[in-house]
Design a protein around this ligand. Structure first.
Ligand code: AMP
Length: 431
């Protein structure tokens, strides 16, 4: 796939092939300057070409596909389809579409699992122009003949790597087989494992590959630190940090049971808190998200998958109560704070045995993380033979002087691999 160079100034949304009424709408909504992914992706897509975008949540990628899709659907009378991995993300993406496309009389519909199918069937009878869906529920609708995908003129695969992580590859292949080849496709992914490249090759028309905000670039804007803390002392440390910091806090737990327990403890500490994980109903999740967004709850405790759609303005702090099972998730997690160029802070708890995982995270983000003991004292860092500082981490695997070979490696072994079919990510190739 050819790479596109970033050779022009990013000043405003003019010159990206966007029609005037849509430009006016973007301005009305307060967007002045395109983010790098928007600047690169929009002109290719409005020019009718396929795009593979390597970009993370927080980079502004939603508008980079929403704008071309709305423009295409408005002109072609064909349908737009956005496929994405989680319900929460679907809700947020649909909201963006509604805001932009609503005034043009374009109807959107959201097809996600975990909710009653009947209202969705009624909406589909109304022939929506744009559909935002998770793969399983979309297939249910296709099988029940509530919808035909033959008329899809533009398809977006959002967070494609995450969809594969969650085991959606068979559903994706099925959905793609229902569709006409005469369509435009945009694929977005935070990483570019071979399986994604294969999808692009098989189902896209010579896509242009664009890349922004490598994990390190996003992470660089966020103040980060690590506390080495024994498991039994984590709760006390959490209480101290919640008292020391102001503002909304997102706490990550590795398991849903852990999330529940942590949220309960936080409430006992006297802070308002809710939890977001797969044991909660769709309704409960929506309420939790809304409550967190409007400040009803100061603290949200979430697992990785459930947290994908969280987009809260001014999220002050992300706390990794547990380190992520997969190193890549670190950047997804901390990307919840410091969104679209704003600054944020992320604090991770690591037990003494998890120092090796901190090493992997450092390799991924290419940053040396300040390390403290649970009492807040700074712990030592050293300089390697390459001149790069790394912390004294007994378990960190470093081959050949830290040349980046470990980027994107996932945490393996230890019996805690969270998602079965996700091991392909360990190679981290093609970043
Ligand atoms: P996304 O990566 O699409 O989830 O967007 C992350 C955040 O950036 C959202 O809160 C967007 O509203 C915001 N955003 C997206 N594009 C822009 C832009 N061009 N200027 C300012 N904020 C933006």
């Amino acid at each position: 796939m050819p790479m596109l160079q970033d050779d022009k100034e990013r000043k405003d949304f003019q010159g990206l092939g966007i029609v005037q009424p849509l430009l006016d709408r973007i301005t009305e909504l307060g967007f002045v300057k395109p983010t790098p992914i928007q600047f690169k992706a929009i002109p290719i897509a409005t020019g009718g070409e396929d795009v593979v975008g390597i970009a993370q949540t927080g980079s502004g990628k939603t508008l980079s596909f929403a704008i071309p899709m709305i423009q295409d659907v408005g002109a072609s009378k064909k349908m737009g389809l956005v496929l994405l991995p989680t319900r929460e993300l679907a809700v947020q993406v649909e909201e963006v579409f509604k805001k932009i496309a609503g005034p043009f009389g374009l109807r959107t519909s959201i097809l996600i699992g975990g909710t009653n199918i009947n209202p969705q069937i009624r909406e589909l009878r109304n022939k929506p122009h744009i559909i935002v869906a998770t793969p399983g529920r979309l297939i249910d609708h296709v099988e029940q003949k509530n919808i035909s995908l033959a008329n899809v003129g533009m398809l977006v695969l959002d967070e494609a790597d995450r969809m594969l992580d969650m085991g959606f590859a068979p559903q994706l292949n099925r959905i793609l087989s229902f569709m006409s080849k005469d369509r435009q496709t945009m694929l977005f992914s935070a990483t570019m494992p071979e399986k994604i490249a294969a999808i692009a090759q098989q189902y896209m028309r010579s896509p242009l590959r664009i890349e922004v905000a490598r994990p390190g670039t996003t992470a660089a804007k966020i103040e980060q630190e690590v506390f080495i803390v024994h498991k039994d002392d984590k709760m006390d440390l959490l209480e101290r940090l919640l008292n020391e910091h102001d503002g909304s806090v997102l706490v990550f737990s590795r398991t849903k049971h852990g999330a529940k327990k942590i949220a309960l403890k936080i409430r006992q500490m006297g802070h308002s808190a809710d939890e977001l994980h797969s044991n909660r109903s769709q309704n409960q999740r929506q309420k939790a998200l809304k409550g967190f967004e409007n400040g009803k709850f100061r603290v949200m405790v979430a697992t990785d998958i459930a947290a994908r759609g969280i987009d809260v303005e001014h999220l002050a702090l992300v706390i990794n109560f547990d380190l992520p099972s997969q190193t890549d998730d670190y950047t997804h997690r901390i990307g919840r704070t410091g969104r679209a160029g704003r600054e944020g802070k992320a604090i991770s708890f690591a037990s003494p045995e998890e120092k090796g995982d901190i090493g992997h995270i450092q390799q991924l983000i290419n940053i040396v993380l300040p390390i403290k003991s649970s009492s807040g004292e700074k712990m030592e860092s050293v300089t390697t033979s390459t001149g790069r500082q790394v912390t004294t981490l007994s378990g960190a695997k470093r081959k050949g002087g830290g040349g980046g070979g470990g980027r994107g490696s996932s945490r393996q072994g230890g019996g805690n691999a969270r998602r079965g079919p996700s091991n392909y990510r360990r190679s981290g190739r093609g970043r």
